[in-house]
Write a protein that binds this ligand. Structure first.
Ligand SMILES: N[C@@H](CCC(=O)N[C@@H](CS)C(=O)NCC(=O)O)C(=O)O
Length: 201
């Protein structure tokens, strides 16, 4: 196999993170959109790529990478030769890892699930996920109060990983009026030349 292929759903926030980063890196790829209603992600041919039956999956030549955070790390290490997006410094790398873990923890259980319940009809407690979203936003806003990006002056894959679901939660109804630093951070990310817009809902 040659070239890069990304498997995703049209509304997948995790898939959006990868489309966003592929654009930033200027990499050409084929996008294969699966239909979740037809359970295409549970078909044998796809489960052979990801036994969990989840998108996103990135195929790069003979390499198959599952999980949005793993894909971001892979793409940065393989294609960002200056290590701009995944700095080599041990402390900065630990910081990046902290935020990638948050994307699979606090963000998954807060903004991600809030939007999932409201927009996609996932089961769950909307009020509880709203509270978790606000707690995370309080943290994020304070963190961003004295820096432009999550690591400081420059963007990294941590910003790519944490942008999408908070943005989708806002589109789903969470109010940002108490969080001016998140508003500015969103604007900074969105005004970058290779920004890829998040899913419509
Ligand atoms: N940890 C994974 C989570 C992937 C995930 O939950 N993907 C969702 C779409 S955004 C999915 O495939 N859901 C279908 C399912 O789990 O059956 C990642 O970050 O990529």
């Amino acid at each position: 196999m040659s070239g890069i292929t990304l498997y995703s759903f049209s509304l997948s926030g995790n898939g959006h993170k990868i489309r966003h980063f592929l654009s930033i890196l200027g990499l050409k790829y084929e996008l294969k959109l699966l239909d979740p209603h037809m359970k295409e992600h549970k078909r044998e041919s796809f489960v052979a790529l990801n036994p969990l039956g989840q998108v996103p999956v990135l195929v790069d030549g003979d390499a198959v990478i599952c999980d949005s955070n793993a894909i971001l790390v892979y793409l940065a290490q393989k294609y960002d030769t200056n290590n701009t997006w995944y700095p080599e410094d041990a402390l900065l790398r630990a910081e990046v890892q902290k935020f990638l873990s948050m994307s699979a923890g606090e963000v998954l259980n807060g903004p991600n699930l809030y939007r999932g319940i409201k927009v996609i009809g996932k089961p769950g407690d909307l009020e509880q996920t709203y509270d978790k979203t606000i707690s995370f936003f309080v943290y994020l806003d304070k963190h961003l109060s004295d820096r432009d990006y999550l690591l400081g002056a420059k963007p990294s894959i941590a910003d790519i990983a944490l942008y999408t679901y908070p943005k989708l939660a806002v589109k789903a109804g969470v109010n940002l009026s108490d969080f001016p630093h998140i508003v500015s951070w969103f604007a900074r990310i969105e005004s970058a030349p290779k920004f890829v817009k998040e899913p419509e809902q």
